[in-house]
Write a protein that binds this ligand. Structure first.
Ligand code: HSE
Length: 309
């Protein structure tokens, strides 16, 4: 195989209570990468579409080409020549793992072209380097679910210990992206570095509850564990109408609601698709009243991760 086109999914990081340690993949939106092997050695990013010229085309600075280069260096293959086209199909700075989707599509593509040498789990550290380039910190809660599909727990960063979690049947995500820009880097810098023990107790109870809910196929337990006393009180200030969006989600049948990743996207989990659509419709109508444009996505959980298209 000389050329490949890959789709990699958006992700909901944190899943409200699990800052930096929980995430899941969705079926839409996502990004696409076209990659071909060429004779001239080196990694070249030829073109980016759909980014309104916001992303660096410099191969050393772009997360896709930089992580592909890192992968080839690891394999000790400086002789390999690669040309890349990145097609952004999802909003940048949305809290839906935009940089992660691009990076993961690129890594999945090069790994396929090289003969599938590494597993999805083994690709995660390369993708984390891409996140470091994008926001200053190599968190894994977007890239791990984007690569592995489903829900993933990062039990530990050092050493990296990734656990694929089960996905309850009939679980839907209702995602709304209010079109205001919240760069992950800024949203990370505003968080308090120290937490109170009583808040930590609440938080780890909820993380354990959410993971138990996934294993028990108990969506209500998942929902009541979607509480964040550490990060949400600070970050929600950046999201227009956040409390109203929560009320609209819960009143329309969500099991839980919160910020997706570092925001500004918000998401709700529901037990069926119709409820998810009702929620996004109500939330978008509210944002329109606030004069804020928005995009909505309704998706089941993506179990497979990236795919060849
Ligand atoms: N865990 C990361 C954060 C996810 O909340 O900053 C960023 O998408």
């Amino acid at each position: 195989m000389k050329e490949i086109k890959v789709f990699a999914p958006a992700t909901v990081a944190n899943v409200v209570c699990g800052f930096d340690v929980l995430g899941f993949a969705v079926n839409e939106p996502g990004d696409e990468v076209t990659m071909r092997l060429v004779d001239e050695p080196g990694v070249r990013l030829l073109k980016i579409t759909g980014d309104d010229a916001r992303l660096p085309l410099d191969s050393a600075k772009n997360t896709v080409s930089a992580s592909v280069l890192h992968y080839l260096n690891h394999l000790n293959r400086p002789d390999v020549g690669v040309e890349i086209e990145l097609h952004k199909k999802m909003p940048i700075g949305s809290g839906l793992g935009s940089s992660s989707a691009s990076t993961v599509a690129g890594l999945f593509a090069i790994n396929q072209l090289m003969g599938n040498l590494l597993t999805a789990k083994e690709l995660v550290p390369f993708a984390m380097r891409g996140e470091e380039l994008a926001c200053g910190y190599g968190h894994a809660d977007n890239v791990a679910p984007a690569l592995m599909g489903g829900f993933v727990l990062i039990r530990s960063y050092e050493p990296l210990d990734l656990i694929a979690l089960p996905t309850p049947s009939n679980l839907f995500a209702a995602i709304v992206y209010p079109e205001v820009d919240v760069p992950t880097k800024d949203a990370r810098e505003m968080i308090r570095a120290k937490v109170l023990l009583k808040d930590a107790v609440t938080q780890w109870g909820n993380v354990a509850g959410l993971v138990s809910g996934l294993f028990l196929n108990d969506i209500d337990l998942v929902g009541r564990s979607m509480k964040d006393v550490l990060i949400e009180p600070t970050r929600s200030i950046l999201i227009p109408g956040f409390e109203a969006l929560r009320v609209l989600a819960m009143d329309n049948g969500a099991v839980g609601f919160g910020i997706s990743g570092s925001g500004p996207s918000v998401f709700a989990l529901t037990k069926d698709e119709a409820t998810a659509r009702k929620i996004t419709t109500a939330q978008q109508a509210h944002l329109t009243k606030l004069n804020i444009n928005s995009k909505a996505y309704v998706s089941s959980v993506n179990a497979e991760g990236p795919r060849i298209i």
